[in-house]
Design a protein. Structure first.
Length: 289
């Protein structure tokens, strides 16, 4: 296993972490600026008196909650932004984020470098589909799975915005664990798998997902869906109580017979004001040499 590394999301035209500190962060999403809680930003901000178009006021419980306070200029139905060749919708959600995760951008780029036309990738917990579209735009056949019908419909809408509606994407509203288990029974294989699971979630039929409890079994299913000709298995985790070393060992044991290597570490976004790195998640990934 390689030493710990950091995946850094750099600013791009339609997104940037402008400033951070005192438990908050100021970001730009297209033409709008927003302030959100950020417990990792324990330092002082570069500037005081942030000007923003919206502010998310979090609840007192550690599991989230809260509400947005938005100016009248912010479209409640969302607005369009770009990343590379993709066009999709950003929107203020009740879960404090904006409908996609900017720190995943370098992961999208990394996967694109390793697959191409004719390859098949499974995206579990695919959310609104930006990762799926990043792959589909390069000719990859994608199976996109999410338990939320609303998220899958948003993914289809984003595919339309990016002129990718005709690409081979299977849009599946399903429980990730059950779907992966069925794919194993069908003896399916994939050239790559992306896993971006939440800490807690519910499937379309009320299935309960708890990260610490169900992740090992899901990794076992995923191992059975790849082989020694597959390109990668990427796992990102936003539950900060877990360790990058722990999830790396989970992948290392699951893929020990495949060769290749396992990398792990932190994910972070580079702040524009000072260039400092704001940590957001941990990751582990198996990659074929």
């Amino acid at each position: 296993m390689n030493p710990l590394t950091t995946i850094i999301a750099e600013p791009w035209d339609d997104y940037g972490l402008i400033d951070s500190g005192h438990g908050r962060k100021l970001e730009r999403y297209g033409r709008f600026r927003f302030i959100r809680p950020e417990p990792q930003a324990m330092w002082a901000p570069a500037t005081q008196g942030w000007a923003a178009d919206g502010d998310f006021i979090g609840a007192s419980d550690e599991d989230g909650g809260g509400r947005w306070h938005l100016s009248r200029d912010v479209p409640r139905g969302g607005w369009h932004i770009r990343w590379d060749d993709l066009r999709f919708t950003a929107q203020n959600t009740p879960f404090r984020h904006l409908g996609f995760f900017p720190d995943m951008a370098p992961v999208w780029s990394w996967m694109r470098e390793r697959v191409g036309p004719g390859d098949e990738v499974l995206n579990l917990f695919g959310y609104t589909g930006i990762g799926s579209l990043a792959l589909a735009s390069k000719g990859v056949a994608v199976t996109h799975v999410d338990a939320s019908k609303k998220s899958v419909e948003a993914g289809k809408a984003n595919a339309f915005l990016s002129d990718l509606s005709d690409r081979p994407i299977r849009w599946m509203v399903d429980d990730a664990v059950k779907f992966a288990a069925r794919e194993v029974r069908r003896e399916r294989r994939y050239d790559g798998i992306l896993l971006d699971p939440p800490k807690f979630g519910r499937g379309p039929d009320g299935e309960v997902w708890r990260l610490e409890e169900h992740l090992p079994g899901l990794i076992t299913h995923c191992r059975n869906l790849i082989d020694d000709k597959s390109k990668f298995l990427v796992l990102t985790v936003y539950a900060i109580r877990m360790s990058a070393l722990a999830i790396a060992e989970l992948l290392a044991q699951a893929t020990a017979d495949l060769g290749g290597r396992v990398e792990c570490g932190e994910m972070a976004v580079r702040e524009e004001a000072r260039g400092l790195l704001l940590p957001t998640a941990i990751f582990a990934r198996w990659v074929r040499e």
